[in-house]
Ligand binder design. Structure first.
Ligand code: ZN
Length: 337
């Protein structure tokens, strides 16, 4: 017997210069017994609504695959609220298998995750965000699925000091949680890079707890990343009491985002220290790798970390240019065992 009712709608996100409509599919899940009216009543009566989206950055396909598998399993379990899911939030970047859209589509901001809550009269990305924002603001919790790269340790980002977002992040279950300061508390870099326009930050501004899981890998379906995503969504649903079942507790390390980035002052060929692994706790002064002049073999830079912490990114793109990030070390705030 099907426990959960599923409907889907095609939603126009924006109009392309040619006049072609840019559309995506929005999926809605409700308890099987409820018709639309009673489901709406149930929402106002306090049963929660969860909004999940993937692929704002179109190459981050493991979020999209996570939602496909989540869909299959969700139909077999009894739901006590509403879930709205958008597997392809940004078809422009999905079709290009890219992170950002070309300037020909959006001269204001090529990164959709810098324009929230969007603007119905704005640029293409702003219009797309404004369309989806209508769904976002009806939700009680937000999960914005992203993926990093093979060089990045899977983690979930939440706003520092936001206990409800912290609970969602914790429920998602990755080994590492990264708290991020926002607005007045945030660094100059945070403001310069337009992070106030992230969906997670804009939703928090509306008092909706939101988290950004960063599953590993992009462009390829990676089973472990997808299963982490599906397990994470189910545990988030249990925590919100959308689904029955025991909440699974995880051992997690909490660290702070956007600190301890190690960049190279020289261009060349970077060889990461072979003994290092993502997730390692390292001390200040640890050697992360060496940048060589590829033609003369001369070592140019020995990259070290100034601070102790958890190594959560270490580049595998061997050809590096000056100023580029080689590694990220998160400042550990607490360990939970
Ligand atoms: Zn992303």
């Amino acid at each position: 017997m099907t426990e959960t009712e599923h409907t889907s709608e095609t939603v126009t996100l924006a109009r392309l210069p040619s006049g072609v409509s840019l559309t995506t599919t929005v999926h809605t899940y409700r308890p099987a017994s409820a018709d639309a009216d009673t489901a709406a009543d149930a929402t106002t009566a306090g049963s929660p609504t969860l909004y999940i989206q993937a692929a704002q950055h179109g190459r981050e396909v493991n979020g999209t695959e996570t939602l496909r598998r989540f869909h299959e399993r969700l139909l077999e379990v009894p739901l006590s609220g509403t879930i709205v899911a958008v597997p392809v939030a940004n078809p422009l970047t999905f079709d290009r298998v890219s992170y950002t859209a070309p300037e020909t589509f959006d001269s204001v901001n090529s990164n959709m995750n810098r324009v929230w809550p969007g603007d119905a009269d704005g640029s293409l990305h702003q219009r797309m965000a404004a369309t989806l924002w209508e769904y976002v603001t009806q939700a009680d919790a937000i999960v914005d699925l992203h993926t990093g790269s093979p060089d990045m340790y899977p983690h979930v980002v939440y706003r520092e000091g936001d206990d409800r977002a912290r609970e969602l992040a914790s429920a998602f279950g990755t080994d590492l949680l990264l708290s991020e300061e926002a607005n007045d508390d945030a660094s100059e870099e945070w403001h310069r890079r337009g992070f106030a326009g992230k969906l997670r930050v804009a939703a928090a501004g509306e008092d909706i707890p939101a988290v950004t899981p960063e599953l590993a890998h992009n462009k390829q379906i990676v089973e472990s990343a997808v299963e982490t995503g599906v397990d994470g969504l189910f545990n988030v649903c249990r925590t919100l009491e959308l689904l029955p079942g025991n909440i699974i507790d995880h051992d997690q390390t909490v660290a702070r985002n956007h600190l301890g980035k190690v960049t190279t002052p020289e261009s060349g060929l970077f060889r990461p220290e072979p003994a290092l692994e993502l997730g390692d706790l390292i001390s200040a002064g640890t050697t992360l790798g060496t940048v060589f002049d590829p033609a003369t073999y001369e070592p140019l830079v020995t990259a070290t970390t100034e601070r102790a912490g958890l190594l959560y990114a270490l580049t595998k793109e061997a050809t590096v240019v000056e100023g580029e990030a080689l590694a990220s070390v998160a400042l550990v705030r607490e360990s939970e065992n």
